[in-house]
Design a protein around this ligand. Structure first.
Ligand SMILES: NC(=O)c1ccc[n+]([C@@H]2O[C@H](COP(=O)([O-])OP(=O)(O)OC[C@H]3O[C@@H](n4cnc5c(N)ncnc54)[C@H](OP(=O)(O)O)[C@@H]3O)[C@@H](O)[C@H]2O)c1
Length: 252
């Protein structure tokens, strides 16, 4: 099957890493399901750029993925429209806000978990049966360096969710590889996206960057290329791996 008949579904494709991934997969010929939450203009920009590439069909979907019923419904809508999902990129995520454990009530904890962990499970769970039917598919989960080192200031719930995504990736990979479905993750380090504009002051961001051996933040495109590699046949023997994309900030 050629890439032009294949479908990529990218959550959080209205900015940053998700937008760059949607564009990269479109460049490779995939039809793309573009999801966003509040930034409709960003999603439209992704759509417009895909149209200009002239490679294939794209469609835009809105959903708050911290609402479990919306995660399931979104995946159902994409499958209904496209008939299949060959590449699923679980990318939508957020710190929600920086909050110390002492100030964290259970509602806040649940909100962060619902978006950064539950939605990855729910969207995957809804897309999986079709992949199993087709005996092929690739899933790439966008986790984080926070999931390995505990995160920056006020990021305990987010870091815990991302750590769980890394573990969930391995469990999913074991369960799904017998059906020809490969599951992997990427762990971005400090990437220059609206995420940091929203959650890190200039001083905090500069402090993060100064600790990177490569002495610069990463770009969304640098993460998108790794996601596209993991989703491609070039990574046909890569299963359950979490690839660090961090300029040397954390090495195994
Ligand atoms: N930037 C970094 O340094 C870094 C490092 C490690 C991991 N990551 C991870 O990389 C992924 C992408 O982040 P980014 O840096 O590209 O940030 P970003 O530019 O802020 O993009 C985040 C995306 O997630 C979507 N989103 C946020 N809240 C949502 C909700 N409640 N429901 C559904 N979608 C929601 C946003 O949608 P709208 O904008 O449309 O609302 C947006 O498309 C996230 O999982 C993040 O945790 C980023």
């Amino acid at each position: 099957m050629s890439e032009s008949e294949k479908v990529a579904f990218v959550t959080g494709a209205s900015s940053g890493i998700g937008q760059a991934t949607a564009l990269e997969l479109s460049r490779q010929g995939y039809q793309v399901a573009i999801h966003y939450f509040e930034n409709e203009a960003g999603a439209r920009e992704t759509f417009g750029q895909i149209q200009r590439l002239g490679k294939g069909r794209a469609r835009v979907y809105a959903a708050d993925l911290s609402d479990p019923s919306r995660s399931t419904q979104l995946a159902g809508d994409v499958l209904e429209d496209f008939g299949r999902v060959d590449v699923l990129v679980n990318n939508a995520g957020s710190l929600v806000e920086r909050r110390a454990l002492a100030d964290m009530d259970f509602d806040f904890w649940r909100r962060v978990m619902a978006l950064n962990l539950d939605s990855y499970f729910l969207v995957t769970r809804s897309v999986m049966p079709r992949m199993i039917e087709l005996k092929s598919g690739c899933i790439v989960n966008v986790a984080s360096i926070a999931g390995r080192h505990g995160g920056g200031p006020g990021a305990a719930a987010y870091a815990a969710a991302k750590g769980a995504v890394i573990t969930l990736t391995k469990a999913m990979a074991k369960e799904l590889i017998p059906y020809g479905i490969r599951v992997n993750a990427v762990n971005p380090g400090v990437i220059a996206t609206p995420f940091h504009k929203r959650f890190s002051s200039k001083e905090v961001f500069e402090k993060f960057v100064s600790a990177i051996p490569q002495q610069r933040a990463g770009t969304s495109e640098e993460v998108a290329k790794v996601i596209a590699f993991l989703a491609s046949d070039d990574a046909s023997h890569v299963v359950g791996e979490s690839v660090e994309v961090n300029g040397g900030l954390l090495m195994d």
